[in-house]
Each structure stands twice: as structure tokens, then as C-alpha cells.
Design a protein around this ligand. Sequence first.
Ligand code: ZN
Length: 494
Amino acid sequence: MSSIAALKQLYADIDALQGAEALMAWDQQVFMPPGSAGARAAHLGCLLRMSHELFTSDKMQRLIEEAAKEAEPGTEDAATVRVLKRALDQRTKIPATLVEEKGRLGTLGHEIWAKARQDNDFGHFAPILGQLIELTKQEGECLGYTDHIYDALTDQYEEGATKKSWDHMFDGIRKPIVELVAAIKEAGPVDDSALYGDWPEADQRAFCDHIARAVGFDFNIGRQDTAVHPFCGGPSTTDVRLTTRFKNYLPSAIMGTLHEAGHGMYEQGTPVEWAGSPLAGGVSLGWHESQSRTWENIVGRSHAFWTFMLPKLHEAFPATKAFDADSFVKLLNKVEPSFIRVEADEVTYSLHIMVRFEIECALMDGSLAVKDLPEFWNEKYRSYLGIVPETDSVGCLQDVHWSAGAFGYFPTYAMGSILSYQVFDCLRADLGDVDAMMAKGEFAPILHWLQEKVYRQGKRYTPADLVQRVTGKAFGPEAYIAGISAKYKALYGI
Ligand code: ZN
């Protein structure tokens, strides 16, 4: 057997273990009885240890080295070696003691953070946040970097990204978005109170399933359930699990479903022959988010989409008959600076991320002390969004990420929004009148284009290479700025 074949065989075992982990983790959020957490943690812990040991085994290391000599440059095999080598590096560069200590502090940090958020007591969270930052810096030193420690951290989430590349991204959107938000504010408030109500859960569930099916999520190799925090998971690209939740704001579950279905269709788009291989699934967090946002924002918040879907909505929720496509889409795209990132609209969302990015960089290079974080946060919100949170609970304590020591993750969300427009512009150029298709409920050509160009490429190319291949240029904010400016200026008549 060739080294490449042996390497793929070894990885198939790791993938099987990881699939079992994913299914257990999904079940934990969806079906597991509350008293079963102890047993689940033990079982999951054992599987995680086994897959980690296989991944970091001498055999794996040796096979990667041998396969690297065997694989022809530019081939799928070469990509397989590259992907596995990067994953192995990430797992082995950081000493086990540091991983363990961060795991321990992260669990503790999560508990302390939840209490601090509940009590609006940043002082309670500050000491452990300081410890987590110190550990994360050590991690960055182990991983290595050339310019800024942030480079090492963020590369774990987005291959090839650096502080400089994120600076460039945010420099391109800061001024135009802040100005657009100000202009929208001038145009006056939008009253969307009609979207709040006692919408029956069973009706919401049926409508959400309908909408996921309509855009092309394949229920033959996927399903949708409810969970407290919606996510897309599951054991394999041929078994994708979406979750959603139902609220009194009608678009919440609908938009959430389209978002998670976007993640899910990306996974399901993996070529069948790659299922369970190192090349299966989305290439990076930023790319993944670009697809969830494509289906949620570009498709799901468009006039064309609701031209087709509104009669169905009227049928499911008769109270919505008061709306036509014009009025409904205007409410659905309401823009208003607010404190909570996860509830933010499409325009202000990136500003929330920019605040976090600037804070993370400052915390990592020591220019911001932990004790000064709340004031710094509030000042950034004032300058970018024009609002100042009244409490830290809805300010710097709102996100879970830092409590687990995840620094460098946030920018991938903004990258997703920005990249979604860059890719969709190319889709429009190829397919012609996409709005006319959506207005007739024809989503298949859109899905097929994305499958062909993006989903079927899996992890074959690096994230930056894939951007170049799909769009013909490097990642940049131009299409995003042009797209959302045009969309919201039209909606708000400015
Ligand atoms: Zn997402």
C-alpha cells in the first residue's frame, strides 16, 4: 500500500471517532436528558482522547512525511497532506500541559463569566480573563508568528489570516459603514412591532422546514431540530444536523434556519467520494460563514425571495397578511444600532466585530489592561455605533468566546459577511437575472453554482486560493460595501 493510501485509511478511523463525538455533542444539545451530563462527559472525553492520540501518533507523523514525498504537487493527494500537516502542527506545537491548563481555566472561566454576566459584575470576571490572556499569549508563542502575536492566534481559525490582513479588511469598511448607519438613522426609525407576537411553535417549525427544503437543504442526508443555541453540526457531510429555536420575533427562527441551512448545504455539497476524508467540508470559518450569510442575508432578506415566499407565510401565519413584499422586506431589513451582537442587523453587525477585533489586538499586545476593558468597549461603541451600553452585561460581558480563551475568532464573522457579497457578485455575473429566478422560487441554479464553485472544492485549496479561484481576485471589501450601500439606500430612500 502506498503511504498516501495508508494515510487516508488511518484518517478514516480518526474521522469515525470524530463523527461519534459530533453525534454525541449534537445529542447533548438536542435530546440528552438533563441528568445524563456526567456520563456523556466521560464518554465524550474518552473518544476525544482516542482521536487525539491517533492524530498525534508516530504513525500519523511518519505517514504524513512519507506521503509528502509521494504526492505530486497540485494534486488532491498533495492537498490531503497539506491539510493533515497543518492540523497535526496545530495539535502538537502547543504542549499538552498548556492545552490541559487552558481546558481547565476555560471551564472555570465559563462558569465565572456566566455568573459575572448575570450579576453585571466585570470585576468578578477580570482576574480569570487576565489568566486566560496570559495562557493565550503562551499559546501564540508556541504556534509562532512573524509580525504580531495575533497572527498566530487568528490563523488557528482562518488559515493565512493575520492582524495586518484583518486591519486591511476593517480599514475598508469602517468609514463607509459608520456613515451608512448614520444616514439610515437620519431617515427615521422603522416600527417592526408587528413582527412580534404569539406565533405557534408548531407552525414556525413547519414553515422553517419548508423554507430549508425550498432553498435546497437535503433532508435525505440531514435534519432540523431545536436547541437553545442554534448551530449546524452532525457526524458527516452525509448526515448534517441543523438546529433552530423559536421566539416571539417571527423572523428569528426563519432567518436562523436559512443561516444554518447555508452552513449545512456547504457541508452537504462535499463530493460523495470525499466524505470522511481530510478534504471534506468547509475550508475555513470565514468561508463557512460566507455561505450561511449568503442564504440568510443576500437570498433570505431580498425582495425577490419574499415575492415568492410571502404567500406561504400568509398561509402559515394569517396575521402577516397585512404585509406585501415591499413592507415586509423593509421590516425584515430594519437597521438600528443595538448592544447585542447576535441580534444585530446586517449593516451594524460588522461594527460589533470591529470593536472586538480592536480590543483583542490591544489585549494581546499589552496596550490595553484588563481593568480598562469596559471603558474601552463603551468608548468604541460610542464612536462606531453612537450608543453606550448601560451595563457590562450587555457590553463587554455579552460574548462567550473570551471566557474560553478564544481570541482571534471574531473577525471570521465579518469576513463571512464581506466574502458573501464578493462571491455572490460573481454568481450574478454568471447566472444573469438571479432576482427573477428567486421570485419564481428557482433556487436550484444558485445552489448548483455555489456547489460547483465552492462546496465541491472542500478543503482542496487554501481559503485565500479559493477566493482567487472563485472570484478572480483577492479577498476585499469592495463588493460588500457597494452591495449593502445600494440595498439599504434603496430600502431607506437615501
Ligand atoms: Zn454561522
